[in-house]
Write a protein that binds this ligand. Structure first.
Ligand SMILES: [Zn+2]
Length: 192
């Protein structure tokens, strides 16, 4: 038989001292904001890993022979990857032409600046989601993109998302910087 005494009950003093100690060494209980940020970071890491895997299986070019932008996201468990029009197939080109009409982009040279965005990775991703969901777009969506948006995308993406019914499009870059796109335009630290 052991006559070891029971350990003393944890006193409130010891509990508050322990909480202060763990806070001091960075083990404080995580706030909902911390947890949300960790989840966003994990999602971004998975997305950029998926872009790396995609690039390993397919050479994505741009119009100058360089590496083209890749954009990726997931909606309802389905992954969508966008590329620029150098890498489009005929269905992709037809989809972009249809959106030119829907958005009222003028034919020929007058619409050339606005039109470019429909042939870039970001809009390519959105057009595929729109088609697959029959236009039931999420109100909020995050695209993971490995280049900053060009001036045509900055001009036209707000118009595209508004026409598609997306309220807020978050564009997250590999360096963690973010552009928040609404029908009003782009805001955020993405260009810094
Ligand atoms: Zn662009």
């Amino acid at each position: 038989m052991s006559d070891t005494p029971d350990p003393p009950p944890v006193s409130p003093d010891i509990r508050s001292w322990a909480n202060a100690f763990f806070a001091a060494i960075g083990w404080a209980e995580r706030s909902p904001e911390d947890i949300a940020r960790e989840q966003e970071n994990a999602a971004a890491e998975a997305a950029f890993d998926a872009i790396t895997d995609f690039r390993a299986t397919r050479h994505i070019t741009d119009s100058r022979g360089g590496a083209g932008t890749v954009s990726i996201t997931e909606v309802d468990g389905q992954r969508y990857i966008g590329v620029n029009s150098e890498n489009f197939d005929e269905a992709d080109r037809e989809r972009a032409r249809q959106w030119e009409g829907t958005l009222g982009i003028p034919a020929g040279r007058p619409g050339s600046f606005a039109r470019q965005a429909l042939y870039h990775a970001e809009a390519h991703t959105l057009m595929q989601i729109y088609e697959n969901t029959d236009g039931e777009m999420p109100a909020e969506l995050t695209l993971y993109v490995d280049r900053i948006a060009c001036s045509s995308c900055q001009n036209t993406l707000p118009i595209i998302i508004s026409a598609m019914g997306i309220e807020t499009l978050t564009i997250r870059l590999a360096n963690g910087r973010i552009a928040t796109v609404t029908e009003e335009g782009f805001v955020g630290d993405w260009q810094q």
